[in-house]
Design a protein around this ligand. Structure first.
Ligand code: ACM
Length: 264
């Protein structure tokens, strides 16, 4: 199966430009599954909840998701992408899964909000669900969810072969940490990040680190992007590598867990 990511450099608030730029990059990629960054259509640093609410869209029928569905149908691929999702009076930091037949197949709302996101978004209320897209089972988590290993573990326990992680990384740790998330769960992980910077709140400049990557279940970094430029990449992977949960004949990363001793 061919999987990839688009590393973007969005302009804050220019939803149509950002979406069309991503669509062009998806159209140029040879992939069956492609992951876009967190909040790829709006940009990241909202000044307040009201501003996020204004730029947010409904997942079903909104401009961003409709364009992604059109692209998925045209290219016959699946897309995971992060966006500000408006739901009645609330705004979530969400990601969607869209595909060529079903259109909108899934929505995940970020469970672990990072820093100022807590003042802007409502905390996610969706489960960590896994979706069968034919050649693979995929799950979604968003950026800072990486620091809570339970997110990736839950997806693995539910059968995910590939963890798709739309991101807007500012801390340096995640690319390395996702190698561990892949090893400890024997899953592929695809992290799609952005580059560039934003300082929409004075004195709170954010620099996004890029380094989007695809990691194999044995921890091999199949590809890691640079930190400065937008780019799209895809690689062929063998899904069966994510279905072998044994690391030797006697150790299985899922069934060896001593849940009887965890006492949470
Ligand atoms: C983050 O969760 N966007 C750092």
């Amino acid at each position: 199966m061919k999987v990839g990511f688009i590393q973007t450099d969005p302009v804050f608030g220019r939803v149509r430009e950002n979406v069309e730029d991503a669509v062009r990059k998806i159209e140029a990629l040879d992939a069956e599954l492609v992951v876009l960054p967190e909040l790829f259509s709006t940009g990241y640093q909202f000044r307040c909840r009201a501003e996020a609410f204004k730029l947010a869209e409904e997942a079903r029928g909104g401009y961003t998701v409709s364009r992604l569905i059109e692209t998925a149908r045209k290219k016959k691929l699946f897309i995971v992408a992060g966006l500000a999702e408006r739901v009645e009076g609330k705004v979530y930091n969400s990601s969607v899964l869209v595909g060529p037949r079903k259109g909108l197949a899934g929505v995940y709302r970020k469970a672990h909000l990072f820093w100022n996101e807590k003042k802007v978004f409502s905390a996610g209320d969706t489960a960590f669900d896994v979706y069968d897209i034919g050649k693979a089972r995929v799950g979604m988590m968003i950026c800072f969810d990486w620091i809570f290993p339970e997110a990736a573990r839950t997806l693995a326990l539910k059968g995910a072969d590939i963890i798709c992680q739309p991101s807007n990384l500012v801390l340096p740790y995640c690319p390395q940490a996702m190698i561990t998330r892949s090893i400890e769960n024997r899953v592929f992980s695809i992290t799609a990040n952005r580059v560039g910077s934003e300082e929409r709140i004075k004195g709170r400049a954010l620099k996004f680190i890029g380094q989007s990557q695809i990691v194999a279940p044995d921890g091999t970094v199949i590809y890691r992007a640079g930190g400065k430029k937008a780019e799209g990449k895809s690689f062929k992977i063998s899904i069966k590598d994510a279905r072998k949960k044994n690391i030797n004949p006697l150790n299985n990363v899922l069934t060896d867990r001593r849940t009887d001793l965890f006492n949470l």
